[in-house]
Ligand binder design. Structure first.
Ligand SMILES: [Zn+2]
Ligand SMILES: [Zn+2]
Length: 317
């Protein structure tokens, strides 16, 4: 399809990793006047490299992404891969409304970690079965395959991908995409663990928890872009230890330690207003400036687009 006819905001560059945010909220969708600027849809991020459309989670944000893809691709078969970190509602609930699934010529590959109790395929299929939804997976006109990851290193087209287990109730993974333009890590739900800001003593973490926290530190090492769970403030975290989410301070410190270049605070708490997110971002930037001045920090918001050109493309611009 000629690029000029792409109706999306900006065409996808052939020599850049392009990242777009379609849903940035954690837990549950929260439309309303308090969430206009950052958005109320749950987790969904689009990454493009080469001809591959890689979708990170299928929260309610995937609905608008699907409409955009249909406008762009019409019914031309394309390479769409949806990576599912885990099957909590806020990461899969938008899938039944993903328009490309209803186009007969589209092939959609869903790839992810196993469902909490049954396999990934069973969990995804069950989420759209009656009485939850009127169209079951086999009835959707597109060709939809669900593959459960059997290895933590795999490829999607020309993208080298890897995954690491997260510390989160029910389990799941975070993903890293390595491209010639740079790397993107997506860790929407993960509890880093940080000292209790009230000075209280916490029980020593289990060995599995420590191993998963270490594995995520390895996964994010020197990432060009890190999209990370930052659901709580430090004071909120004190009463939510073990809930599977991180506090902003800990995320900034870990990103700084890992040599991350650009951190995007993500999985915003559903009770967080736009103004509160502005204040949290300002605090996070102050902390980053004091410990790692080269670390860029932003709060993810719907509609935000990032581009990471290849070194060659950078040099010629
Ligand atoms: Zn979540
Ligand atoms: Zn979750």
């Amino acid at each position: 399809m000629p690029r000029a006819s792409r109706p999306t905001a900006t065409p996808v560059a052939a020599d850049a990793l392009t990242v777009r945010f379609w849903g940035v909220r954690g837990s549950v969708a929260v439309p309303g006047p308090q969430t206009v600027r950052y958005g109320g849809n749950t987790a969904c991020v689009e990454a493009r490299w080469g001809g591959d459309v890689i979708i990170l989670d299928a929260g309610t944000g995937i609905r608008e992404l699907g409409k955009s893809l249909v406008r762009e691709l019409e019914d031309h078969p394309s390479r769409i891969c949806i990576l599912i970190t885990h099957t909590h509602w806020d990461h899969i609930q938008g899938f039944p409304f993903f328009a490309p699934a209803y186009l007969a010529r589209q092939k959609i590959r869903i790839l992810g970690w196993r469902g909490s109790r049954s396999g990934l395929k069973r969990t995804v299929a069950a989420s759209v079965e009656s009485p939850f939804f009127p169209v079951a997976l086999p009835q959707m006109p597109g060709t939809i395959t669900v593959e459960q990851l059997s290895t933590l290193r795999f490829r999607i087209g020309q993208v080298r991908a890897s995954a690491a287990r997260i510390h989160h109730p029910g389990g799941g993974v975070a993903f890293r995409l390595n491209t010639p333009a740079g790397s993107l890590v997506y860790a929407p739900d993960h509890e880093i663990g940080c000292p209790d800001p009230t000075g209280g003593t916490q029980p020593a973490p289990a060995r599995t928890t420590l191993r998963r926290q270490r594995d995520i530190r390895t996964l994010i090492h020197q990432a060009d872009i890190l999209i990370h769970d930052a659901q709580y403030t430090a004071s909120e975290y004190a009463s939510r230890i073990g809930w599977g989410h991180s506090c902003v301070d800990a995320v900034v410190r870990q990103a700084a330690d890992a040599g991350v270049k650009h951190l995007l605070l993500f999985h915003h708490d559903p009770d967080r207003t736009d103004d509160q997110l502005d204040a949290i971002l300002a605090d996070a930037r102050r902390l980053a400036a004091s410990i790692a001045p080269s670390l860029r920090v932003d709060a993810a918001r719907e509609g935000l687009e990032l581009r990471l050109p290849t070194r060659t493309a950078r040099a010629t611009r």
